[in-house]
Design a protein around this ligand. Structure first.
Ligand code: ADP
Length: 507
């Protein structure tokens, strides 16, 4: 910046006008004294000296804003003073006082760097006007410089902030991409570049489809951009880029206070290792449970044969013990079959065939299958299915499993003589079904946990009921794989209702 303003920058421009410091240099005592009097009355601090040399000395030791300078003086003349002041205190504005009809000299002085002039004789008003005009110009320049400095500070802060963000992004173990609302890439970190094969140097500013070859990701970003946001939500899902990695993308909108969506932030996670471990785990469970199934089933059959008297008639205590062993064996078989189901779901094998299904038929089949179990306890199974139910796109075995688990739970957790209502109907694009019982219900404390693996309510009413705590998690996994949802309402002692929503068409 120029030196002119250095001394004024600590002051607010308007304050500077009020507190201006003026130096008068004139050999005529009348003019000097007159100026001091007139200008002091305005609140300005004014000093006066009678020659150029004294003026320069004073300027060297004190701060001034304006120099009111007579051009015609004995000794050091006005032009020489202007030269010197421009050299040592550029920020001072010089107003020259010229004699009668010496406008040419004034012009020359202004060429040398004086800011304005006033001709003798002048009235107090004329003097005040010229000083005020000079101060106002000075204030404007100060203001402009002040703004420029503020802007510079702002720009520095932004660039500092940018480099901070860059460092953070570069240190993150996950890929990060930021896109505008037209799906143009605004920034990405090196990990994102590596995971998504963003090779081109100049990919910034390009559409995501031009620099990342991943349709799943592009679709998810579009979905985030086209949603209505009542509150911040994000979409996550696996994506497959042009490489063998398993990637997970979490897409969140950048939403302004007024709800406008400015763009999307995408976090890309490499889940290859996690998936490989999960697969190993699922494979192991599948293998072990498969190996267990045959011997346990054989043991059960042998127990049944013993119970049936194949090795001689049993009586009393013997029968009771065999019955208990059989019950435990059945529990074990149930656990094995649930573990197998879970491992199938985890390795993505269970929901393989989405085909148009006649759901009514499947539900009727399941009800028929479970009827003997219900009859044993005198529980009625009442099926109400909408007559106009269209075909539903879903996995047959998966749906069978869901109905079987929910209805058999209803039977298990309802006292003798109870009833179970099974309803199914269409609502807009959803197939909705619910299974309600008037059984023992689930307490508020336990309700949040029933979809967790191996969770079972433990109390005097459930103690004798055989189960694995895997039925509902399996149901939830299957419903999730159909992009559906499940909710439960329950009153302890009164009964429970499980309600499932399935989107009708899944492409
Ligand atoms: P389980 O094999 O124990 O039945 P689930 O995962 O199917 O396992 O259910 C978890 C727990 O939720 C059950 O142990 C039971 O306590 C409770 N539960 C499930 N369905 C019902 C129901 N219809 N009525 C009451 N409690 C239920």
């Amino acid at each position: 910046m120029s030196n002119i303003l250095v001394n004024g920058l600590n002051e607010k421009p308007q304050n500077m006008i009020k507190k201006a410091r003026i130096l008068v240099v004139d050999d005529e005592a009348v003019i000097r004294e007159g100026c001091v009097k007139i200008l002091s009355k305005e609140g300005w601090s004014v000093e006066a000296v009678e020659n150029g040399m004294d003026g320069i000395e004073l300027i060297k030791s004190k701060e001034f804003d304006i120099l009111l300078l007579d051009l015609m003086m004995p000794g050091m003349n006005g032009l020489e003073v202007i030269h010197e002041v421009n050299r040592i205190a550029q920020h001072i504005d010089i107003i020259v006082i010229t004699g009668y009809a010496t406008v040419e000299t004034a012009v020359e002085a202004m060429k040398e760097g004086a800011y304005d002039y006033i001709s003798k004789p002048f009235t107090p008003d004329q003097l005040r006007v010229v000083i005020r005009r000079t101060l106002e110009k000075k204030a404007l320049l100060l203001e402009a410089e002040f703004l420029r400095r503020e802007q510079e500070k702002g720009l520095q802060a932004i660039s500092h902030e940018k480099s901070k963000i860059k460092t953070i992004l570069n240190c993150m173990p996950n890929g990060v991409l930021v896109l505008d609302n037209e799906k143009r890439l605004i920034l990405y970190n090196p990990i994102a570049g590596k995971l998504l094969n963003i090779r081109e140097e100049d990919s910034i500013g390009k559409l995501i489809d031009e620099c990342v070859y991943c349709k799943d990701l592009s679709d998810m970003i579009s979905e985030v951009l086209n949603r209505d946001y009542i509150e911040n939500t994000y979409i996550s899902g696996e994506i497959s880029a042009d490489n063998p990695l398993s990637l997970m993308a979490h897409n969140a909108p950048i939403v302004m206070e007024d709800g406008e969506v400015l763009g999307v932030v995408v976090i890309v996670q490499d889940i290859s290792e996690q998936k490989a471990i999960d697969k190993m785990k699922a494979d192991f469970i599948a293998k072990v449970t498969h190996e267990l199934k045959a011997p346990v089933a054989t043991m059960n059959q042998l127990l049944m044969a013993i119970e049936a008297g194949v090795v001689g008639e049993l009586e009393g205590k013997q029968l009771e013990l065999i019955e208990r062993a059989k019950l435990r064996g059945e529990g074990l078989l149930e656990l094995i079959s649930d573990l197998l189901d879970i491992s199938k779901i985890e390795s993505g094998l269970s929901i393989q065939r989405m085909i148009p299904l006649n759901i009514r038929e499947i539900m009727e089949d399941v009800v028929d299958l479970l009827k003997p179990q219900a009859d044993k306890k005198g529980i009625s199974l009442n099926l109400h299915i909408d007559d106009n139910l269209p075909l539903i796109n879903a996995d047959k075995d998966g749906m069978r499993e869901v109905f079987t688990n929910l209805i058999s739970n209803g039977i298990k957790y309802t006292n003798d003589g109870g009833k179970i209502e099974i309803d199914g109907s269409m609502d807009k694009d959803y197939f909705i079904f619910s299974i309600s019982d008037n059984g023992i219900g689930i307490s508020k404390q336990n309700l949040p946990f029933i979809f967790e693996r191996f969770f079972r309510v433990k109390n005097s009413k459930t103690r004798h009921i055989v189960g694995t705590g895997l039925g509902l998690p399996i149901v939830k996994d299957i419903i999730d794989a159909h992009l559906g949802s499940i909710e439960v309402k329950s009153d302890e002692g009164k009964g429970s209702t499980f309600k499932v929503l399935l989107p009708m068409k899944i492409e």
